[in-house]
Design a protein around this ligand. Structure first.
Ligand code: UD1
Length: 420
């Protein structure tokens, strides 16, 4: 298994090109199931999760081809020939459940392996299922599978989500696009990736209003057609490299990034003493003064994203003073804490909160983590630590960060991948 070795302590400087958002690309690929015509997505990142979704769609009869000079355009098309999302794919990637709504809406049935527990908590899909039931689907759980059916078309419904789930909003939005009549999704999640999906669906002929708000209204149409759509820049990749620049006392231009999408991340970095602002070709981030402790609580967008919690905690571990980090979205999302502590951080967890007492410096160590964002937080910490840090289980990073070591090395980091 590959590892990444970092010799820390070098301030980062230079430019990093921010890729397309993984979490926008995955639902958009599932939207390829909604039409028999061709959907072309551009600015698609080259990541393991994208390959997994392509593999899943191939099983449904949708061919996914990479095109364009760097293979960043995806062309999707084909007739639906299968409606099962098998265990072997769903267990690798929970976002596989996003084929449920499109398959039901398009061909009236789907069998999706039930996503189980995962490293960051139990993560049920009850809100996806309840919403689809309200739209007329009959759903049974059998042999580890969600078996969903509808006679004829799904029917529009008013669905009030008790929690603004990203995945449930996306699944229901896609299903509603082809339902009979009007659907309202109230307390919808407002993540920029959902607006990106809705804009593409509208380009395919859907009739969605309220895009970007917590109330989406969808007038169902009989069929959707092909379209071309560009994926938004990845706000989590942007925030991660901003933390890397900040922890090393460096200065970076994050090309193509959009400050407006960062929500609470930009504000919180500001509170911590990091300068972050819009530039002509992206986002500029710089830290030349002292890092200060800043409290954060994870929340649905535009609040502080759970997917930035681990990286921000790494940053806070060397800030002056203390920071309280509260995780409200997922249980068990503090797996990076013991690893950061092995690098010299002083972090104590009490239930859903962690108290981070800043230390003067971290020291390198062999570390590993069990999820994507936890792994990258150890990279961020390693960039600032004295000596050598070796991050094991790099396959987690490859799910969500394209060419991570190359991008950081180009900004002056001493970082390399060790194969084996
Ligand atoms: C998406 C993101 C993930 C991010 C998360 C929260 C993708 C592919 N993944 O995941 O990176 O961390 O949003 O911003 O976009 N819940 C239920 N019942 C449900 C659905 C969710 O209880 O039916 C709970 C989950 O267990 C979790 C919370 O709601 O505690 C958030 O889940 P959700 O917003 O649905 O996240 P995902 O779509 O899985």
């Amino acid at each position: 298994m590959d590892r990444i070795r970092i010799r820390g302590g070098r301030p980062l400087g230079g430019e990093i090109a921010i890729g397309g958002a993984k979490n926008a690309a995955l639902p958009l690929m599932a939207a390829g199931l909604l039409t028999e015509q061709r959907l072309v997505l551009s600015n698609v990142p080259r990541l393991a999760d994208i390959e997994t979704m392509a593999w899943l769609l191939a099983g449904h009869g949708i061919a996914v081809e990479r095109k364009g000079p760097e293979g960043r355009d995806l062309s999707l098309g084909g007739a639906i020939t299968g409606t099962e999302a098998p265990y072997d794919i769903v267990r690798k990637m929970r976002a596989s459940v996003l084929v449920l709504g499109p398959l039901l809406a398009r061909v009236g049935e789907a069998q999706v392996s039930m996503p189980g527990g995962c490293a960051i908590g139990t993560r049920p899909v009850d809100l996806h299922l309840k919403g689809l039931e309200q739209m007329g689907a009959a759903i049974a759980l059998e042999g580890g599978y969600i078996r969903a059916r509808v006679a004829g078309r799904l029917r529009g419904a008013t669905i009030v989500l008790p929690f603004a789930s990203v995945g449930a909003t996306e699944n229901l939005l896609m299903a509603a696009a082809l339902a009979d009549g009007q659907t309202v999704i109230a307390n919808a999640a407002r993540e920029p990736e959902i607006a990106c999906l809705a804009i593409c669906l509208n380009a395919m002929g859907a009739r969605i209003t309220g895009v970007g708000s917590d109330r989406l209204t969808i007038e169902g149409v009989a069929a959707l057609h092909g379209a071309e759509h560009r994926i938004i820049p990845d706000r989590i990749e942007t925030g991660t490299y901003a933390c890397a620049a900040a922890i090393t006392g460096g200065e970076m231009r994050l090309l193509g990034a959009r400050l407006a999408d960062l929500g609470a991340v930009a504000r919180t970095l500001g509170e911590a003493g990091v300068m972050i602002e819009d530039g002509p070709d992206g986002v500029l981030v710089r830290r030349d003064g002292t890092l200060r402790g800043a409290d954060v609580m994870t929340e649905p967008y535009p609040g502080f994203p759970t997917d930035m919690q681990a990286q921000f905690m790494a940053l806070m571990s060397v800030a002056e003073g203390a920071a309280m980090v509260t995780e409200t979205i997922f249980e068990n999302r503090f797996m990076h804490v013991p690893e950061l502590n092995r690098m010299g951080a002083r972090i104590n967890v009490h239930g859903a909160s962690a108290i981070v007492r800043g230390v003067g410096s971290l020291s390198g160590a062999p570390v590993m983590a069990t999820d994507l964002r936890a792994s990258v937080s150890l990279i961020v910490a390693g960039l600032a630590a004295r000596g050598e840090t070796v991050v094991n289980r790099v396959y987690h990073l490859d799910r969500g960060y394209e060419a991570l070591e190359g991008k950081l090395a180009a900004c002056g980091a001493d970082i390399e991948r060790i194969a084996g």
